[in-house]
Design a protein around this ligand. Structure first.
Ligand SMILES: *Cc1c(COP(=O)(O)O)cnc(C)c1O
Length: 387
């Protein structure tokens, strides 16, 4: 068979169902204002919640540092682990109050690593059904068995825990990436204790944003992470740079260093990137005012959208989905918003379940109240075309 014979019909089918993916091209610096496919837009699509990707200090300080090379030349265990990596790991672990932090090149790889390294054949991974794709792929790389429970359904989680064989690990997003709602951590911790399970929480959308000082879901709920809990954070979202990390106990991190293939067999992050993340961490620590502004934008958006009759999801986070149902409607709304100067992408299956195609609106502390007001006006004008 020719490759073309397999994929031409498949891709054609996707085009007809409005499910074909195209890569939009940005020709300006990437921030809350972008030029995309030739048009200047207010960007409501990034995960850069504190606006740090645009921060001029980070760029200036990294450019001025002589020891911040771009290439690291090798994996961490060989010769790639630079002082900037070491200091970043220390500073992140101090910030979160954990024993150790281990850097990864991406959140995707961190999620591949934890389940593969810590869970063995005969063990059980128990996932929320709406977990990020990288957590699901991490379960596939692990030899443990995968079980899933309906989104945030604690009765079903408990049922899975009762039936689990070997060591059980509960795996969940802290903030769900396409829905913006939160895992019910207090209940999860109770079940974790009761059933002696371990816990992995993906804090990609929580670190920097949630909690009084941005320390994520645990701080939001006033909880402590114990030695059997690991948290994954990304540096490409609220930190505005690139990379990821796992935070946990000394013994858990030592196990990753010795066993995690997606950490061992890959080149270390650029030292310049690690330095950028160190500067970004200082800014995240000082971003209480930005977080307050972000919360105000979210509250304003939700109050106004509700009075327009738009159906919102139960989300207190900067991720505000507008669920529209079929992919064609979501694409039509996204295109109409593009024409009016907004980038709000349509999220379609298989990224989200069938019948729940949506606009995914994300807010940044660099948005103004006026940006949000203008977006609401554009949505109000679209609303009649929904029915
Ligand atoms: C973005 C994301 C990741 C992947 O992180 P990268 O650093 O972009 O690879 C993992 N988990 C969740 C929930 C995410 O949203």
């Amino acid at each position: 068979m020719r490759l073309r014979d397999r994929f031409e019909p498949l891709l054609q089918q996707r085009k007809q169902a409005e499910l074909f993916r195209r890569v939009p091209l940005v020709t300006s610096p990437i921030g809350t204002r972008i030029q995309l496919n030739g048009k200047t837009l207010v960007n409501f699509a990034a995960n850069d919640y504190l606006g740090l990707s645009e921060d001029p200090d980070i760029r200036r300080q990294v450019c001025a540092a002589d020891d911040a090379t771009f290439g690291s030349g090798a994996a961490h265990l060989i010769s790639g682990h630079h002082l900037h990596h070491h200091l970043l790991e220390d500073e992140l672990s101090d910030w979160l109050g954990v024993e150790r932090v281990l850097l990864f090149s991406t959140g995707y790889m961190a999620n591949m690593a934890v389940q593969q390294a810590l869970m063995q054949r005969g063990d059980t991974l128990i996932h929320d059904k709406l977990n990020h794709a990288s957590l699901l792929d991490g379960a596939r790389l692990s030899e443990a068995e995968l079980k899933r429970y309906p989104h945030r359904n604690m009765a079903m989680l408990e049922k899975r825990l009762r039936a689990a064989e070997g060591q059980a690990m509960i795996v969940t997003d802290g903030v769900f990436s396409m829905d913006g709602d939160m895992a019910p951590l207090p209940d999860i911790l109770e079940l974790k204790e009761k059933h002696d399970a371990w816990l992995l929480v993906d804090e990609a959308h929580a670190f920097g944003v949630l909690g009084e000082h941005g320390r994520g879901s645990f701080e939001h709920f006033g909880l402590q992470a114990d030695d059997d809990t690991l948290r994954v954070g990304t540096l490409g979202k609220a930190f505005g740079v690139f990379g990821a990390f796992v935070a946990g106990s000394q013994i858990a991190i030592d196990a990753l260093i010795n066993l995690a293939r997606p950490w061992i067999y890959t080149t270390a992050l650029p030292p310049a990137n690690a330095l950028a993340a160190r500067i970004a961490l200082k800014k995240v620590q000082q971003a209480d005012a930005a977080r307050a502004h972000l919360r105000a934008l979210i509250q304003h958006f939700r109050a106004e959208a509700e009075s327009l009759g738009l159906t919102l999801w139960e989300s207190e986070t900067p991720i505000q989905p507008l669920i529209l149902g079929d992919a064609a409607t979501a694409v039509a709304w996204s295109r109409a918003l593009f024409e009016q100067g907004f980038h709000v992408p349509a999220i379609r299956p298989p990224t989200v379940p069938k019948g729940s195609a949506r606009l995914r609106i994300t807010f940044s502390a660099c948005h103004t109240l006026e940006d949000v007001a203008r977006l609401l006006e554009a949505l109000a004008a679209l609303y009649p075309c929904k029915s």
